[in-house]
Design a protein around this ligand. Structure first.
Ligand code: SF4
Ligand code: SF4
Length: 457
């Protein structure tokens, strides 16, 4: 490995900061750490190709313009943000309720078991103001709990618009959207751009295991009603080994079939925080390269591992992405990356990548603007194909590039077993704590082996 092998992590038992190293064994890389009180812990962080060493995108770190905490106890105990952080916010998540209309066996927020009141509109107003100060121009995600249990969610969306945020998304299980079309319409009228739809598979046995009941019909109904209201849909599968990792190909097919309403599929391998079904198994996890290869294999080569790029915003080891034009339900064209964003380009200031990511996400995850005015005929279905030839004219190409795109991406969250504080300091996905602090997502959700939390109440 050419990267520095040394980093810092946390003891999963006492949550003290400990030294750690990234240790290569064959084509696998492990995070190995030793707590003076609780011994050694070893967790897989990378398995196979593309090689760990090659998956990088160097950035010039920046200090966030506004920080709400001084450096005192050191990372990760000074969130946030503190001046040691190396990236600005790209997405700020506001949790507008702890209530939920499901009680899933898997939930990073451990939602639906708490009885506290929802934050008032005054509090949410202050959160928006704090978000605007700390991360001007950031995208906003309204989350929970399940945000659609609030009847006033359209007012919350509208308030975000009034604060000047350009892209607002809700993180939802889709149940209320499917059942209540007038509510979905009200959300759109208030300024909602997109939903981040919990979507764990294309068969109901998966929902029974992960969510406790059949849900596929509800998911499809939610997607349909969003399409009718020009709300973009991002399918968000939580991937759990032995439950739905063999369904990746079927989920990709669903995304293609439902494009352009479905704008993206964003995989999230399960992390061990919040609520999860079994005793923690730190070695049983899907790493990013395994997921890239599974996508290629299960899509019969339509989406190739070599298409994926490391991110320009967060730490390279957090995610991957690729964008495509959908030419038919079995034919896609890889969109080349904009000039200067390639992983081989010279390092650029981290906030330049963040601003580009904010714009790209807002454009890609919202409904296409021009689709209703001009719909190109799709090519007849054929063998799965990532094409080289395509639209006949520049106009057609530009239209397809605006309206018929699908993004395929993934983010591997960090939990107490695999957390690498180097990665954490580059985080751009931030949660608004109830007191207005801005905390990197993986720090906010971090859960010790005994359930102890670092930040989440
Ligand atoms: S994660 Fe960032 S904000 Fe939090 S303590 Fe570490 S450097 Fe500071
Ligand atoms: S949320 Fe976690 S995995 Fe995502 S960018 Fe932040 S540190 Fe990386």
């Amino acid at each position: 490995m050419t990267d520095s092998e040394q980093t810092q992590s946390l003891c999963p038992i006492c949550l003290k900061r400990v030294s750690a190293r990234r240790e290569q064994q064959g084509d696998a890389v492990y995070l190995v750490k030793t707590c003076p009180d609780h011994g050694e812990f070893k967790t897989i962080i990378w398995q196979g190709l593309p090689a760990f060493d090659t998956w990088k995108r160097p950035k010039i770190p920046i200090t966030p313009e506004v920080t709400y905490h001084q450096v005192d106890r050191g990372c990760p105990f000074d969130c946030g943000l503190c001046p040691d952080h190396r990236q600005r916010s790209c997405t700020i998540i506001l949790e507008v309720t702890a209530r939920c209309n499901l009680n899933c066996p898997v939930c990073y927020a451990d939602s639906g078991r708490k009885s506290e009141c929802d934050p008032t509109m005054d509090i949410i107003d202050r959160w928006y103001a704090s978000a605007a100060r700390a991360g001007s121009g950031s995208n906003i995600q309204l989350s929970g709990g399940e945000p659609t249990v609030r009847d006033d969610l359209p007012d919350i969306v509208r308030m975000g618009r009034q604060h000047g945020f350009g892209f607002i998304q809700i993180n939802t299980n889709g149940l209320r959207l499917a059942d209540d079309p007038s509510y979905t319409k009200a959300l759109k009228n208030a300024g909602l751009d997109s939903i981040f739809l919990q979507f764990d598979g294309a068969t109901d046995d998966i929902y029974r295991q992960i969510r406790g009941r059949d849900l596929l019909d509800k998911k499809m109904a939610a997607i349909e009603i969003c399409g009718q209201n020009d709300i973009g849909v991002v399918l968000v599968p939580t991937l759990i080994p032995d439950i739905n990792t063999n369904n990746i190909g079927s989920m990709l097919k669903t995304a293609l079939k439902l494009s352009p309403t479905v704008r993206a599929i964003h995989f999230q391998p399960i992390s061990y925080f919040g609520r999860f079904p079994e005793k923690t198994e730190p070695l049983k996890r899907l790493t990013l390269p395994e997921l890239m290869r599974a996508i290629e294999k299960q899509s019969d080569g339509l989406f190739k591992a070599s298409h994926f790029q490391p991110p320009g915003c967060e730490n390279a080891r957090c995610s991957f992405h690729a964008n495509y034009i959908v030419e038919s339900s079995s034919r896609v064209r890889l969109l080349s990356q904009p000039t200067g964003t390639c992983c081989t380009a010279e390092p650029e200031p981290a906030d330049v990548g963040a601003v580009r990511s904010i714009t790209r996400v807002a454009r890609q995850w919202a409904a296409p603007k021009s689709e209703k005015t001009k719909v190109l005929p799709m090519a007849a279905d054929q063998q799965p194909c990532c094409s080289q030839d395509g639209p006949q004219s520049l106009d057609d190409f530009l239209h397809m590039a605006r309206s018929r795109t699908l993004s395929v991406s993934a983010m591997a969250f960090q939990d107490v077993w695999n957390i690498d504080l180097e990665r954490l300091r580059d985080c751009c996905i931030h949660i608004m704590a109830p007191n207005g602090d801005i905390v990197p997502f993986c720090a906010y959700n971090l859960t010790g082996a005994d359930g102890q939390r670092l930040y989440r109440l």
